[in-house]
Design a protein around this ligand. Structure first.
Ligand code: FAD
Length: 478
């Protein structure tokens, strides 16, 4: 039988890889998807976006129950937490979506291959060879095989960085271990206040855990607009989360039954926090060190793969997408869009490159954060004369109805033509409302146009209308 030559072989089945595979199938390309972990879905589905959002939803329900009496619902003011049941539901959601992905692969005639994929070098006569090593599961352990493909997409994702000298276990946790801890800890130290760190802080605080955050940079969620960081800090403090920014961790040790974290605070003083567990959330490193990149011309930047705007690497016929790409945010939706771009390029279909300034950033804490485009500081640094519009959720009737009227919408616009340079939201459903800002910016809407775009009443998105109006000093509800 003639050897199969795939149009595209994709290494890694996270959101970047599985989206690329589905789109390739939709275009009628002969596609192979290689995955080493035994299940489709990657970090996002198994130990990232989906399980954390499931737990954040449980936390939100729990927080609402605490106010049951205010809503006229008696008998729920003393709810009892069943942590194990929460984990069970989270796992059921993951399992359902793994099945969904398997179905989509069959539907789109994608051949899924279990094993660890490695590059073998440049193409020969336009055909690449990918080596696949099987560790067990679907195939015999230790078997090596090869597949051939005209194009290869590398989508091997990322893993949690560890602090030097530490190893994850039952008390020193990364995003993987913390999502399966058998019982709620009484106390937790979170090292790192990016999206991952603050989301876990929010979940566990809702359930009653004493939470301390230690962050090296001077503020929480350092990539966000400064006013957003300030508001998150204010609201986290209201929730009695202990916040230590500008702090350098010196030592993490295990005590008899917990952990001790020693750090230098922002005033240069040595401090100690003891807790049941510590979560290390100090960033994610790309999985590019064990796939034989050095056999190719692929260029790296601190371990991340350099690509052009079509996601092509320096090695002809090899593309890279997702968390491993240099200069892209490590977010599921930017990885999956990169997958669609790469496959469209391979298939010769219409597409457009990703605009880095149109990728929404979402943090699903209580309160939520949604943002897109330039922060106020970045806009000024780029030489824009900015005009700011800010509208507090306190003036939005739906926010009062859903009992969540802290926070605001902030519009950063260019003073000259009213171009929207950035939108920053902290408050209820911020991660949903931000979508309208992304579309508006993508279609190059101006403040003038958006302040006359009708928004339904009463909705949280009406706060956008007021914020656009606020740029011209014309908010109605503030
Ligand atoms: P991954 O999802 O990491 O998938 C890579 C896959 O490749 C894995 O299945 C791995 O087993 C496989 N693989 C690796 N090497 C090989 C090999 N050599 N051969 C075969 N298979 C291989 N992003 C959001 O947008 N929204 C969120 O709410 C969000 N929440 C998050 C919460 C947490 C706790 C974490 C840790 C991350 C979160 N992220 C979120 C980030 C998101 O998970 C990642 O951006 C996304 O998973 C990256 O997708 P990817 O396809 O590049 O890689």
């Amino acid at each position: 039988m003639a050897e199969t030559i795939y149009d595209v072989a994709i290494i890694g089945s996270g959101p970047a890889g599985y989206t690329a595979a589905i789109r390739a199938g939709e275009f009628g390309l002969k596609t192979a998807l290689i995955e080493s972990s035994g299940a489709l879905g990657g970090t996002c589905l198994h130990v990232g976006c989906i399980p954390t959002k499931a737990l954040l939803f449980h936390a939100e329900v729990w927080d609402h129950l605490k106010h049951g009496a205010d809503y006229g619902i008696d008998g729920v003011t003393q709810p009892v937490l069943n942590w194990q049941q929460g984990l069970k539901r989270k796992n059921a959601i993951i399992a359902k979506h793994v099945k969904g992905l398997e179905f989509l692969m069959r539907k789109n005639k994608v051949n899924t291959i279990e094993g660890y994929g490695r590059l073998t070098g440049p193409a020969k006569d336009g055909i690449h060879t990918v080596s696949i090593y099987t560790e067990g599961g679907g195939g015999a352990a230790g078997e090596q095989s090869f597949i051939k493909a005209k194009n290869v997409i590398v989508a091997t994702g990322s893993q949690a960085k560890m602090l030097p000298g530490l190893e994850a276990d039952t008390r020193i946790l990364t995003n993987i271990e913390i999502l399966s801890i058998p019982a709620l800890p009484k106390s937790l130290v979170v090292i790192g206040a990016g999206a991952v760190g603050v989301e876990f802080a929010s979940i566990f605080r809702s359930f009653g855990t004493e939470v301390s955050i230690i962050e090296f940079l001077p503020r929480l969620v350092p990539v966000e607009d400064e006013e957003i960081s300030k508001e998150l800090t204010r609201q986290f403090k209201k929730r009695a989360i202990d916040i230590n920014t500008g702090a350098r961790v010196e030592k993490v040790e295990k005590t008899t039954d917990g952990v001790r974290v020693t750090f230098t605070d922002q005033n240069g003083k040595s401090q100690v926090k003891e807790a049941d567990k510590v979560l290390i959330a100090v960033g994610r490193s790309p999985r590019t060190d064990n796939i034989d990149i050095d056999k190719t011309k692929i260029e790296l930047d601190r371990g991340f793969i350099k690509t052009n705007e079509w996601m092509e690497t320096a090695e002809p016929g090899i593309y890279a997408i997702g968390d491993i790409v240099a200069g892209m945010p490590q977010l599921a939706h930017s990885g999956s869009m990169a997958g669609m771009v790469a496959v469209a390029k391979i298939a010769g279909k219409h597409f457009r490159p990703i605009n880095r300034l149109r990728i929404p950033g979402c943090t699903y804490t209580e309160p939520q954060i949604g943002s897109v485009g330039l922060t106020e500081t970045a806009a000024k640094e780029k030489g824009h004369e900015v005009k700011i519009g800010k509208f507090p959720f306190a003036g939005n009737s739906k926010a009062t109805i859903v009992d969540s009227h802290d926070g605001f919408v902030k519009i950063v616009s260019d003073a000259k033509y009213g171009e929207i340079l950035g939108v920053h939201i902290i408050g209820p459903s911020a991660t949903e409302i931000i979508a309208e800002a992304v579309v508006a910016m993508d279609l190059e809407g101006t403040v003038d146009e958006l302040m006359y775009t009708i928004h339904a009443h009463p909705t949280l998105s009406e706060s956008m209308l007021d914020a656009y109006g606020a740029v011209e000093g014309l908010a109605i509800n503030a």
